[in-house]
Design a protein. Structure first.
Length: 315
């Protein structure tokens, strides 16, 4: 097994990473892999999410029992773990969809706050959603829908990249007719509502109440994350660990609410939440896109920080 690992570790660094990981995924797919496919396969091995696969992580994956208890026979990636082309492609689609919806919710948080400054960041309602929609749609005179250029113009002011804007657009334009009508906008708002209901309870617990700047909010959020008793040595939260943490906090929520919240926290779709993802999500309401981090607890004046792994909406 170490021989297999060493054969992939071309630069003898003690890790499989970069081009080496790409070569592994290409081999499993029988073709050149996409960046998302490489990331999805990498996340199966890379349990501490440091961007590389150690021999220990390789052994943990390859030796994991798959049939009988205490069976530690070396496994074949295709036969025993079903790491086939079809599985990789399907898992990649799931991860892409999760990431896109996380970006959609973050964008809705920002858009609603931008056009409804009198309402709290997580206090936006259907009336506020209609106002935000009308404000965006009115720019070109066609008030019944938001065009790609109107959509881009708004999100560009919020520090979203071209790749993220395109990803969010494709998620919200449900009928693929190159505009977003209010029904489509409302669907995205429904996702926001579920997320906001949880955040309205969670944020004060994590960072406390009162006026904070972004730096202080980030510091408190990071400390809170690292103190979660469900966190293990890898500083990552799985869905079950996240659910357990919410129960520890006595936050009442349905399974659907927990799933929705975790999805937004898990911005890269890896099915694990890193400290950085947790902090940026908790601190969404402190970022106003202009490096001015003043925050009014009752009337958010800003919008969200977005995760780094961002990828162009039609012009």
């Amino acid at each position: 097994m170490k021989k297999d690992f060493d054969s992939l570790d071309k630069d003898k660094s003690g890790f499989i990473k970069g081009k080496e990981l790409e070569a592994l995924v290409n081999m499993q797919l029988g073709r050149k892999a996409t960046a998302d496919e490489i990331r999805v396969v990498g996340s199966m091995f890379d349990t501490n999410e440091d961007g590389q696969i150690s021999l220990k992580e390789w052994e943990a994956f390859v030796f994991q029992p798959t049939a009988a208890a205490n069976d530690d026979e070396v496994r074949n990636l295709t036969d025993d773990f079903h790491l086939t082309k079809e599985v990789i492609e399907q898992d990649t689609k799931i991860a892409e969809a999760r990431h896109a919806q996380a970006m959609e919710v973050r964008a809705m948080c920002q858009m609603l706050a931008k056009f409804n400054k009198k309402k709290g960041f997580y206090e936006q309602d259907t009336k506020a959603a209609k106002k935000a929609f009308q404000k965006q749609a009115a720019k070109d005179g066609k008030v019944g829908s938001i065009s790609p250029s109107e959509f881009r113009d708004v999100l560009k002011t919020m520090s979203f990249s071209e790749v993220q804007i395109n990803e969010i657009w494709d998620t919200m334009d449900l009928n693929n007719n190159d505009d977003i009508d209010f029904n489509e906008f409302k669907k995205a708002f429904d996702h926001y509502e579920r997320f906001a209901a949880m955040m309205k309870t969670l944020v004060p617990i994590v960072v406390g109440k009162g006026s904070l700047n972004l730096a202080d909010a980030e510091k408190k959020a990071k400390a809170s994350f690292l103190n979660i008793k469900e966190i293990h040595d890898d500083d990552l939260l799985t869905p079950d660990e996240f659910d357990g943490w919410l129960k520890d906090l006595k936050i009442k929520s349905t399974a659907s609410d927990v799933e929705s919240m975790f999805m937004v926290l898990d911005a890269d779709g890896s099915d694990r939440v890193r400290c950085g993802e947790f902090v940026t999500t908790i601190c969404l309401q402190w970022e106003d896109g202009t490096s001015n981090y003043k925050f009014d607890q009752n009337a958010a004046k800003g919008a969200a920080a977005t995760p780094a792994n961002a990828t162009t909406v039609k012009k």
